[in-house]
Design a protein around this ligand. Sequence first.
Ligand code: GDP
Length: 308
Amino acid sequence: MKYTALAGGTGAAKLLRGLCQVIDPSDLTVIVNTGDDWMVWGLSVSPDLDTVTYTLAGLIDETQGWGIRDDTFRCLAVMATLGRETWFNLGDKDLATHLYRTDRLREGNTLSQVTDEIRRRVGIRSRILPMSDQRVATQVLTPDGWLAFQEFLVREKGRLEVRDVAYERSESARPAPGVVDAISHASAVIVCPSNPISSIGPILAIRGIQDSLAATQAPIVAVSPIVGGAPVSGPAGKMMLAKGLPVSPVGVAQAYEKWLDILVLDRQDSALASEVQSLGIRAVVADTIMRDRQTEVSLVRAVLKVLP
Ligand code: GDP
């Protein structure tokens, strides 16, 4: 079996860590959102790529859900003294990843090449692909105007009202090498529990990716990131509302309606199963909150069990 996953950051990383306990990690290809990539002090930061990479390598800071465990913030403190903006937290160890990525990109390598170098160096056997080698920028329309995703989420702490979300430059971006192939030749495609608008949305906005999802022979299963009428974490709820989608597994099903075969929804939402089924998507009920390693693995087993 060859598995291909579509992933954002935190929710995805937990599911993928569980998946790598159950399958051979070398059978997994992860396609990761880069719409919320951001430049900090001239460095290329790819938050979702790093969260997936750090989690699969066992390096993640579990309490924060981002960054490297036991990191220090000395550089950040000096930058503050120098008068630079420091609302985007970068730990000292984490900085090495961004320095490395920026340096290798400056030398003319692509983001996919650099991402592959990093995952190999930290001992990950699964393939990790950015959705594109071209820059796509997720923008959020708020009462203060359009903000870059990190300005909205980190600087403004996700508090502003969301009126719209756009994926700047997605029309001209191409899927990164291997992305379409990984979808077309997978035995199964797994859409991780990630923000449907700001994590999976940018991936879907790239020309060719939705077509390959619609065309693949592989069954496509998604795990709902919305449980009991709200996201488990993050701003997915207000972003779904801004896109006219209900904040429920039904809204997730609507967002993926064109190509999704199966949606795994939480037991709390079992009453919505028939509404999901009416969209032509098979609804499967499971416990989907990943609290620890054991619940990650149980959810993965529930997902794998529904695959034909
Ligand atoms: P963001 O935090 O909304 O920017 O988006 P990410 O895509 O990086 O990851 C967070 C998403 O994962 C949110 O929509 C959460 O609701 C979802 N999520 C996080 N943890 C879990 C979990 O344990 N179970 C489920 N079902 N969803 C989760």
